[in-house]
Design a protein. Structure first.
Length: 79
């Protein structure tokens, strides 16, 4: 089992301690910034990468889209 990624059949309760362990590994990693940049560039929001959870990376990507003017679009403008 990979410490950085949640198994398909794993509950949030089961994943929580492994996610915390993955974040602890990232905290001391010398390539954490590179890893985060790579994950964001790939829009990868699964598991733990670059010291951030998938949800945290999704928030960063959403904030970037808003700042870049590519934020959420209404159905009328998306067509």
């Amino acid at each position: 089992m990979d410490v950085f990624f949640r198994a398909d059949d794993e509950s949030a309760r089961e994943w929580a301690p492994r996610e915390a362990a993955a974040l602890a590994v990232c905290a001391a990693c010398p390539v954490r910034a590179w890893c985060l940049a790579e994950a964001l560039a790939l829009e990868d929001v699964e598991g733990v990468r670059g010291g951030r959870t998938g949800a945290e990376r999704l928030e960063l990507l959403s904030a970037h889209d808003v700042l870049a003017g590519d934020g959420p679009k209404s159905e009328a403008t998306a067509a």
